[in-house]
Design a protein around this ligand. Structure first.
Ligand code: HAM
Length: 436
């Protein structure tokens, strides 16, 4: 048996130099930073502020918030106990954000809280491409908002982020789940329709028929989809107010020029939704087609202890699935930045001389690197080339004695001898970007 450790299946190391999304890693840290910056920029344009909540949450918050009978709570939680406290690694961020909103009385600030997050979530699912045990979500929650423009804006926000990254091949599906009462009425009607067909359902769907029949609508099986063709439609059960709200959401999306599909079988896997539900799918993702999902959750605050109802709507999107989609679409993401200066030193004296000098250059804004292994000049030059350094400063005993250094500009290949006293000034002029 090998002594070496491996990352847990379904989790990843994110490395500086990875080019592709593989079974071992998901894009490079530079690609992550670029995507995160894009997300932050689009959020900022919408007046959405970042919130950071703990990875650890009370298990009861998640169980009550998301729903005991959901797959997430019944099968997929990383939950444990220490002393008398039950902890869970958060499987999503909506319930934690609502908890924070209530805990810190953010309602008192007045208006709608527009919040966003980027961070890890944990679900004990069977790992496969696009489905992991530790994955990352970015998302937004508009809390305190009843207005249908908030629903439309959350969808458009996700769409804007994808478009800003160059991703255009996706589909927005939309539905309304009405109120809790209309959902109960629909649930009863769906059960009545499906019970006589139970013999033709899969084992999982048969189980769901009594516990959570709406989830059957989510089935991927062609045979079951066929059975559902004559099933009752949720929209026929929703109350007038929800229908009006749904109409308004569609009106705003249309006014924004967004094409969407109405999907009467879209139900989502978390129980807190009321009214608007939506998903964004990418055809390139294979089995895990959903890039993002969300909707309105007006009852969540009440479920987790608020005396007042707090209307809210939001979405969350998988970072890893986004990288898979970007890769399939052939969209190139930034790689590591290159150093401005690579310092090649020969001998201890030159190394010692260069050390404080490099510190000054770094403070001046120059990305300055050097070889820490005392390798040959040839090896150091090779490393400077590999790192695509913009220039190389060469310092040896002979140069020090003469009070000079060799400066090689890598774009032109031009090499000059420069007085040590002038070196910092020359580097600054040539390589520190001037503010616009
Ligand atoms: P969700 O549909 O459970 O919704 O997750 C949102 C997105 O997270 C999915 O569309 C997918 O891209 C990504 N995702 C989920 N599970 C995994 C996994 N195991 N591996 C990789 N990616 C995954 C929510 O979490 C809700 N909180 C969304 C929301 C926000 N609703 C209102 N506000």
């Amino acid at each position: 048996m090998s002594d070496s450790f491996q990352s847990i299946p379904g989790t990843f190391d994110i490395l500086p130099h990875t080019q592709s999304t593989s079974a071992d890693t998901v894009a490079s840290t530079h690609a992550w930073q670029y995507v995160e910056e894009t997300i932050r920029r689009v959020m900022h344009r919408h007046g959405v502020h970042e919130i950071r909540t703990p990875i650890l949450e009370p298990t009861a918050l998640i169980a009550r918030g998301i729903g005991q009978l959901t797959d997430i709570v019944s099968k997929e939680m990383f939950a444990f106990e220490r002393g008398s406290t039950q902890y869970v690694l958060r499987p999503e961020v909506t319930a934690p954000v609502m908890r924070a909103y209530l805990q810190h009385h953010l309602a008192q600030l007045g208006g709608v809280q527009r919040l966003y997050y980027i961070g890890p979530c944990f679900r004990a699912e069977r790992p496969q491409k696009g489905r992991y045990r530790q994955f990352h979500q970015f998302g937004t929650e508009y809390i305190g908002a009843d207005d249908a423009r908030a629903d439309a804006e959350t969808i458009l926000l996700a769409v804007d982020i994808y478009r800003e990254l160059g991703l255009t091949d996706f589909t927005v599906r939309l539905n309304s789940l009405g109120t809790a009462a209309s959902r109960t009425a629909y649930r009863t009607a769906l059960q009545a329709y499906l019970r006589p067909l139970a013999g033709q359902l899969s084992e999982t769907s048969r189980e769901r028929l009594e516990s959570n029949p709406l989830r059957i609508l989510d089935t991927k099986s062609e045979a079951e989809r066929g059975l559902l063709e004559g099933a009752p439609i949720m929209l026929d059960f929703i109350d007038e107010e929800s229908a009006g709200h749904y109409g308004d959401v569609k009106k705003h999306l249309t006014a924004a020029g967004l094409a969407f599909e109405e999907d009467p079988f879209l139900v989502r896997g978390l129980d807190y939704y009321t009214r608007t539900a939506f998903e964004i799918d990418s055809p390139v993702l294979g089995a895990q087609t959903t890039l993002a999902g969300g909707g309105r959750y007006d009852l969540l605050a009440g479920e987790i202890g608020s005396k007042q109802d707090v209307p809210a709507v939001g979405f969350a999107a998988g970072m890893e699935r986004l990288f898979l989609a970007l890769e399939s679409a052939g969209i190139e993401l930034p790689k590591a930045g290159v150093p401005d200066v690579f310092v090649v030193t020969l001998g201890e004296r030159a190394g010692d001389y260069a050390f404080p000098l490099m510190r000054a250059w770094r403070r001046a804004g120059l990305s300055t690197v050097y070889d820490l292994k005392g390798r040959s000049m040839k090896a150091q030059m090779r490393e400077a080339n590999r790192q695509e350094a913009r220039c190389v400063v060469i310092l040896g005993d002979a140069e020090l004695d003469a009070g000079t250094a060799q400066l090689k500009h890598m774009d032109t290949g031009e090499q000059q001898s420069v007085a040590l006293d002038d070196l910092t000034g020359i580097l600054k002029t040539a390589y520190v970007p001037t503010p616009e």
